[in-house]
Design a protein around this ligand. Structure first.
Ligand SMILES: NC(=O)c1ccc[n+]([C@@H]2O[C@H](COP(=O)([O-])OP(=O)(O)OC[C@H]3O[C@@H](n4cnc5c(N)ncnc54)[C@H](O)[C@@H]3O)[C@@H](O)[C@H]2O)c1
Length: 321
């Protein structure tokens, strides 16, 4: 059986005992929760170097600008757009990161260009937009992905410079890139903007005051932009990633984080890409001002599985249903 997120579920057998998890040699993580044993496939990591698979009818040939696409979620989204025939402008503040994403896309048969810029700097953004227009003459989709998490500081350790840097990159960066891009889209007859929120917009992380405030701001910005830009046929939505492993966590950390997720595993960058494609496509032509959660169910839960009143280890075995 395959669920919507791409994780493969299969009952291994009626196994007693408390919650226990193993990673098998084939990359499957076998979770034995009391009498239920579930296999989660981490197949999404296997798609890192995905080949050009098929073209998407409403995205092939589109020019897509993805910010912060030199690593993690942005890189996966850039690769996925390229895999369906879009032309991708790969932005990052770090040139070598951007170049490495472009090389991966080219190797898979896609089309991409690197555009280095700091999204928090208006002049830098202007020259990035100029380069994209000089090469492709249009921008159909903008994915405002660039964001800073670090450094994490307790409220009492924080200072004004920390606050301003995180707000500048995460929130002001969304505005600075969207502003000229939306004007181009309006002149073209329309476009699509995807902003990058976080669970922190709704429920806080410890030591993330500036980050969480920017993510709340991004969700409000998304709704406000959707209203102002709707008449120009520009749709504006946001994605809300859950816990996505973009830094290569150790196996133990992945497992620990996964236990807090209703789908039983931490997310991979590839998990974010389907929703991005959907929002940019004609299939989402009547969706704007919305936030799509891609979090394995994290925000849907009140307590984590490990401390809930009836934990998954007490769930009925499928064999008994
Ligand atoms: N990873 C998660 O679990 C998670 C969860 C919720 C939200 N998000 C959001 O998703 C987005 C991507 O996260 P990630 O984990 O892939 O991040 P990452 O740190 O792995 O990658 C971010 C990329 O952005 C680039 N960047 C940083 N500052 C920039 C700037 N000023 N201008 C241009 N590029 C810049 C970095 O060089 C890096 O390549 C962020 O907005 C983040 O807040 C991530």
């Amino acid at each position: 059986m395959r669920d919507g997120s791409g994780a493969r579920l299969g009952v291994v057998g009626g196994l007693g005992g408390g919650g226990h998890r193993e990673i098998a040699a084939d990359g499957l993580s076998i979770i034995q929760s009391g009498s239920v044993s579930v296999m989660y496939s981490h197949q999404s990591t296997l798609r890192e170097g995905m080949d050009l698979m098929t073209t998407h009818p409403s995205l092939a040939g589109n020019v897509v600008l993805v910010t912060g696409a030199g690593n993690g979620i942005g890189r996966a989204i850039a690769q996925r757009f390229a895999s369906v025939g879009a032309i991708v402008a790969v932005n990052d503040v770090d040139r070598s990161n951007a170049d490495s994403t472009v090389a991966a896309i080219a190797e898979a048969g896609g089309t991409a260009m690197a555009v280095t810029a700091d999204v928090s700097n208006a002049a830098s953004v202007a020259s990035m937009i100029e380069s994209v227009l000089a090469a492709h003459d249009r921008i159909d989709v903008l994915v405002n992905n660039a964001g800073l998490v670090e450094p994490m500081l307790h409220f009492f350790e924080a200072d004004e410079a920390w606050w301003r840097r995180i707000v500048d990159v995460n929130l002001t960066g969304h505005f600075l890139v969207s502003h000229p891009t939306a004007r181009i889209m309006a002149r073209q007859g329309g476009g699509c903007i995807i902003n990058m929120s976080s669970g922190g917009a709704t429920r806080a992380h410890r030591a993330f005051t500036a980050y969480d405030a920017t993510k709340g701001g991004i969700e409000a910005l998304t709704r406000a932009m959707a209203l102002d830009l709707g008449p120009y046929n520009i749709r504006v939505n946001a994605l809300m990633p859950g816990s996505i492993d973009t830094s290569g966590l150790a196996v133990e950390q992945r497992e620990l984080r996964g236990e807090n997720v209703p789908l039983g595993r931490i997310g991979e960058p590839f998990d974010m890409t389907g929703a991005a494609l959907f929002l940019a496509s004609d299939d989402a032509s009547y969706i704007t001002g919305d936030v799509i959660k891609v979090d394995g169910g994290m925000l849907a839960q009140q307590r984590s599985a490990t401390v809930d009143i009836k934990p998954p280890s007490d769930f009925p075995a499928i064999a008994d249903l």
